[in-house]
Design a protein around this ligand. Sequence first.
Ligand code: AHG
Ligand code: MN
Ligand code: MN
Length: 307
Amino acid sequence: MEREITFEEHTRELEPELARLLVTIADMTVEIRNEFPHRLMGVSGTNKYGEVVSELDAWVNDYICKKLAATGLVRKIYSEELVQPLLVREDAPFVVAMDPLDGSSNIVTNNPFGTIMGIYRKDLPVTGENLAASLYKLYGPITTLVYDAGKGVHEFVKHRKGAAKYCLLHEKMKIPEEGGVFGLGGEPLEWTPEFLRFAKDLVKVHKLKLRYCGAFVGDFSQILHKGGFFSYPSSVKNPKGKLRLFYEAQPMAKIFEDAGGATWSGSESLLKTKCDDVNVRTPLYFGNKKIIELLKGVKTVAHKEGE
Ligand code: AHG
Ligand code: MN
Ligand code: MN
């Protein structure tokens, strides 16, 4: 019987400080998951986007910031839930951008949600090509962690066969040649007519099956494993879509493109998108290369009435 490879063993070949930071992030999981049942309904205000912040959003954000600061490896933390970046330690090697809890509206319905993190050596704003590592955790029926530190995309599962560690589930992941599923966020009647037609072809032409769970990390995991297409597109109400370039799109675009997929912002790869505003939203299109190639010929960017 093959011995399980743990996350610590798998990251051992990386530069030691990056490995230690990644292992610290992985080791936060049990205490974070243990908090879920106690903070299901509470609201703790609104964030810089004017969105409701659940009590769990705030708790997870604070918890992760404290644990990252304690490593001595993090210079600055940018978070969807922090109005200003947290200055931690001037001489530390890494800068972290995170969505501490993605899909938090799924908590009360017990649907998947997770954590997204991008790790840089340079300060933000920089393009996603500067990512030293990306990772996400998916809190579902099982807890999985996917990371990419420039040597492939690898997935781990927590507590496999009783081991308290993350054990390797899939190594050097590549999305399937042929897509299988699709998920689309937002309001279809607000999309451009051209994108609505493209969306219908996902069923009619590409024969994809609808899989949408309302949390980016969960919807991302569907296409990472099955191939296909996911988008939270531009709409008339929100021409820049809903998801955040630095906290959600960039880190996940690194993982998806390194797994053989393609990403699109409406005008370029999400790894090449330049913006000085670290809180910017972006339309987001992830898919098999041939689907994204077809999308490039479609008018996806909507405009507010009269603009
Ligand atoms: P967050 O909980 O970090 O605000 O992210 C929620 C995002 C993303 O996870 C998901 O794709 C999208 O919101 C769902 O938006 P709708 O509720 O508009 O479908
Ligand atoms: Mn999110
Ligand atoms: Mn969030």
